[in-house]
Design a protein. Sequence first.
Length: 397
Amino acid sequence: MSKITMTSSGLRVPESVTVPFITGDGIGKEIMPVSQLVVDAAVAQAYKGNRSVEWLELQAGEEAFRKCGSYMPAETLYALNDYHVGLKGPLMTPAGRGVRSLNVTLRQALDLYVCQRPIRFFYGVTSPVKYPERIDVCVFRENTEDIYAGIEWPFGSEAAQKFSRFLHEDLQETKVRFPETSAYGVKPVSKEGTERLVRNAIQYAIDHHKRNVTLVHNGNIMKYTEGAFCNWAFELAEREFNFYLSSGQIAVTAITCDAFFQRAILRPEEFDVIATLNLNGDYISDVFAAQAGGVGMAPSGNINYETGHGIFEVTHGVASDIAGRGIANPSSLILSAAMMLEFMGWKEAAALIVTAMERTLRQGISTADIAESVKNGRCVGTREFADTVIQMMNPGF
């Protein structure tokens, strides 16, 4: 098996590379196989058989629990760390079993500090906004701090009571209105976490010939966390990217969350690359995706640019209500796979997939979830949609 390795000059990707994948729960069993077919076809066509992907299946989720008694086996985490790059379907976190989000577990274990979500409009898909073609944005969402740190204590617990006493007695904080009946959560935001996120957001903008990097924050209220995020980001930009700033090649600006959401709907073309904290990024990704066809059309990558690790995944859930019916939309996973190929440096194959998706949707071919919102649409199943995308890779179309 040929592994991707990280060198001082970046990722080293073998011509025949092993890529781990997690099928996932629910509709994962339907969308993963067809997405792999699309990847294989794109790689074969782009490189005339000189490059290939060998797929390595890993276990996680409900099926992993049935087979080995763990929702996230240690072997899976080890392999994802060892092979650097992987593709993942949707995973269900069991409710009421004391199991933390499996997606968060992966991101924390591999320190995948960037949740990168490029969102754009595909012609053919109907949108609730008037000019959806103006949406072409990439969100850099911090992926390990803020609420994803998962530090909180439930109401009535000994830890919550101890924290309450610490606030009141040691810190003399009197702002908690009902301390005896409050649950508590801690929102860590670090200088190091901020800098590595913003550094990669600005570099992405430079590499992709984007002009604007926008810091979205709530620093007018949370001055020492989100306000600090904004200040540290500006300091880093001036220190490490001064040439690009002073020459006008890149502009780094900031906007508060409330003002941002209005402009995101009224003037989305003003935004190229967004850097923000975890909770803000969750909302921002979804508000753009909703305007561009929904989360079923939005890809996602969880990345550590320093170590070269990247897990690329769907942005939607397991959709158990339609699992097994062959009607699930594989677009999010297909586009996430294209992100994976670009991350690997196989940009020609990635571009083939995106172009084929454009052609497919322009012709009104779509799965049931978006068929009604596609102009002159023709509803097809999961496999037929993927087969059509592969056919659209032919230059003759």
